[in-house]
Structures are given as C-alpha cells and as structure tokens.
Ligand binder design. Structure first.
Ligand code: PMT
Length: 421
C-alpha cells in the first residue's frame, strides 16, 4: 500500500498490546508508527507478555515499556496518569475480549484499564480473537457499548486463524493500521489548517517544472527545472489550508499530499490549463514554472534525418502565461518567479512591473548550490508598489523552508486591500 508518510510532528501514541497471537504484529506496528514520525510508548497487559517480551517493544519504541499499574519506579517517572495525559491516541492492538469487557464495564484493575478511564485522548481498539469469540453476543454487546462511549473500533479482517478456524477476527496488517492512524492525524491537521491556516479557504494554482517544446517526435527544447521549488510551494500552500492545483511540466516527483495535480508538456498546454483554472475560481496564481520562451515554428511530423553540417530550426515566441493571467479582468493575486544569471534584482523588479504582478520572487540560477535542481534556494521577494511592503531577502534554506516563507509573504500581502495592479 502506498501512502504519504510525511512526518506528523510531535504526536504521541500509546500502543496497548493485550494477550493474543496477533501481538507479534504489534512489534511491526511500532516500527511503522515510528517511520511515520510518531512518538510511541507501549503498554502491555500480563496476557500480552505471554506472547512477546517487553524488551522487544522497548527496543523498537526506544522507550521503557509500561506493564504495572503501581510500579514505584514508573510512578516516579511516567506513571499511569502522566501516560494518560501524554497520549494523543490510545491504540489497543490487538484488543482481547477480556480488555473489551473491562473497558465496557469500567473495570480498573490493571494499568491498561486504568489508563482507558484516565485518558482524554481518542481511543481506538483493534479486536483480534477467534471468530466464535468475536461473534459471541457478549463481545458484540461490549463493542456496541464501546462505540456508544466514543471508542473507534477497527474491524478485524476475515481469514484463516491461528487456531485453525476461518472467519472474522484477524487483526489488520500493521501497515494498514499505521495508515489509518496517519490518515486520522492528517485529517485532524487538515481540519485545523482549513480553519486557521494562513491561506485557509483559498484556491491556489501553481505552475511548476519545465515545459517541453517538441522539435520532432523524438526531440524537444527544454531547461533544467526539476519542479522541486513548485512542488515544495504546493505542499506549503496545502499545509496552510489552501486547496491547491499544481500544473506540472514533465518532472519525476511525487504529488504532495492533498494536492490536485495536472500534467502538461508544452507552454501552450500549460496556458490552456491555467486559463481553465481561472474559470474554476482561483484566488492566488503562483508561476514557478520555467516556461520555454520560444517553441519550434513547425514541429516535424517525422524524425528529422541527419543531413548536412547545419540544421536551422525556426522558433516563435510562446505566450507568456503569467502575464496573460495577470491581464485578465477578474485576476487572482499574481506571484511570479524570476530566474536570472545577472542583475538579478534589477531584472526581477522589471518583470514585476512588466507582467503586472503583485509579487515576484527571484533567484540567481547561475549558482550551482541554489535555483535549478538544487534542494535549496535563496530568494529576494519584491511586492508591487501598491502594497507598500519592503523587499524581503530569504536566506539560503531548503526549498520547503523557502516555500513556507513565501506563503507568509503572500499572506502578508493579502492583508492589504489594494486596487488591482
Ligand atoms: O524547478 P527547480 O529545479 O526547483 O528550480 C526552481 C526554479 C529555478 C525553476 C524556480 O525557482 C524559478 O526561478 N522559476 C522561474 C523560472 C523562469 O522561467 O523565470 P523567468 O524569469 O524566465 O520568467 C519569469 C516569470 O514568468 C516566471 O514566473 C515564469 O513562470 C513566467 N513565464 C515565463 C515565460 C512564459 N512564457 N510564461 C510565463 O508564465
């Protein structure tokens, strides 16, 4: 299964392991949760320790394992109440019949059942048991009670069981559980961003990567853009609560989580799609793409054969995408980029005015350590005069950090209500 493992920072998961053969899967689950960036602490019931040792979980989680309710050593450090407060999610996997019954009745005679009552965090249970035990009326009654109490029940899978039976009762695979947990936190994060993020409620359209201008069926004109800067911006805008559409030239990058991506090849296609996005309603247009300024006047229908020492190809000017969008009557907030090899700021400031942009970010693409293809960039940002905002120097940093600062710059400019540029 492929899913976005982009790290969810500082979220704490208490993984409670109860007695059952599926406990071995929980060891892998710890790994998957750690891979996804979660802090994990493991609680084990006595039953669980009959199947797998606390040492295994200690090694995998990097934290001491909690097994006793009243352990003077633990209570002096992270006791059961601290553990209950620390958790952003209490995940019980596998959850035995016995544990479900204790939760349903409010019994508090060991560490886990006490933790369940003491935590304010969401509680998820992944029941795993013999299919007949799963079907038993008492188990189903307890599960209904737990659902009524707000517990999220992860349905068991069907299949052959360790006891030889076939039916419902297998704990889902660790990857699947880790995926569900990751998605839960992504959704929670997204809900906050959509409400409070710097670009909440905005539709941002971003062009990224190079364009390819065909010469014949096998050759083209292009440039060194990899799309990294544009993709980083798409991720940053999404994280800031925006709906994001990424119009990508030919690049080999994964689409950032939550971003709608449309692939194009040539400048003319990129313009067509950009115009379509205007019809859909676009609040902010960011042109990071390195669009070829010229295309071949007549693309050869067949591969051009080698003949003679010279080959002349006639080029014609491509439409200027960002300037075209900026020239529309109902235009979005327009952000251009400028790739220069000399007089960087002067040329960028000229493009800001000439293309009627609200903001422009320029980089020196003669440098090997920033700009094209690099993981880092350094930029200077200019705003149209009407905004009365000082230019900003964004020191060399990862493209992700630069993207975040650009989001802040856009947000700051949007606070100023001005007449259209
Ligand atoms: O993709 P990476 O490898 O991460 O590299 C990032 C980058 C160097 C490509 C990026 O930071 C950058 O500088 N992008 C702008 C590249 C560019 O084409 O700059 P320009 O100065 O030629 O164009 C000025 C602006 O007009 C740009 O916003 C460009 O998208 C736009 N333009 C240009 C020509 C055209 N026909 N249509 C346009 O919309």
């Amino acid at each position: 299964m492929s899913f976005d493992l982009s790290v969810i920072p500082n979220k704490n998961i208490v993984l409670a392991v109860t007695g059952g053969i599926a406990a071995y899967k929980s060891a892998i689950l710890v790994r998957r949760l750690k891979d996804a960036g979660f802090n994990v602490r493991v609680v084990m019931t006595q039953g669980a320790q009959a199947f797998i040792t606390p040492l295994t979980f200690q090694a995998l989680s990097g934290n001491p394992v909690h097994t006793e309710l009243l352990n003077p050593e633990a209570e002096a450090g992270m006791g059961h109440i601290e553990l209950a407060r620390w958790a952003d999610l209490l995940l019980v996997a596998p959850a035995s019949c016995d544990t479900l019954a204790k939760f349903a009745t409010g019994l508090a005679d060991d560490l886990l059942s006490t933790l369940y009552l003491a935590t304010k965090s969401p509680v998820w249970v992944a029941p795993a048991m013999n299919q007949q035990m799963w079907a038993a009326k008492a188990t189903q009654r307890n599960l209904n009670t737990l659902v009524e109490d707000g517990v999220h029940v992860i349905m068991p899978d069907a299949g052959s069981q360790a006891c030889g039976d076939v039916g419902l009762g297998r704990m889902p695979e660790p990857e699947d559980l880790a995926y569900q947990v990751t998605q839960y936190f992504h959704r929670a994060q997204r809900a906050i961003a959509e409400k409070f993020g710097l670009l909440a409620g905005k539709h941002v359209v971003i062009t990224a990567g190079p364009t390819r201008e065909a010469i014949d069926p096998v050759r083209y004109i292009s440039n060194h853009s990899t799309g990294k800067m544009g993709f980083a911006l798409a991720a940053a805008c999404y994280a800031a609560g925006a709906k994001v559409t990424l119009i990508a030239g030919p690049v080999s990058l994964d689409t950032p989580n939550g971003v709608r991506r449309v692939n194009v090849s040539s400048a003319v296609q990129m313009l067509d799609l950009s115009m379509q996005m205007l019809d859909e309603g676009c609040d902010i247009f960011i042109a990071t793409a390195a669009v070829a300024d010229y295309r071949v006047a007549e693309v050869a229908e067949h591969k051009i054969k080698k003949a003679g020492d010279e080959l002349n190809v006639s080029l014609i000017k491509n439409p200027d995408i960002v300037a075209t969008i900026a020239g529309q009557q109902k235009r979005p907030f327009m952000v251009g980029f400028a790739a220069e090899t000399r007089h960087v700021e002067e040329y960028a400031a000229g493009k800001l005015v000439a293309k009627k942009l609200d903001m422009i970010a320029c980089n020196d693409v003669s440098r090997a350590d920033i700009g094209f293809a690099s993981d880092e960039n350094a930029m200077t940002v200019f705003f149209a005069d009407a905004y009365q905002l000082e230019k900003r120097d964004l020191e060399k940093a990862s493209k992700q950090e630069i993207a975040q600062q650009l989001v802040e710059a856009i947000h700051d400019a949007l606070q100023h209500e001005i007449e259209p540029v």
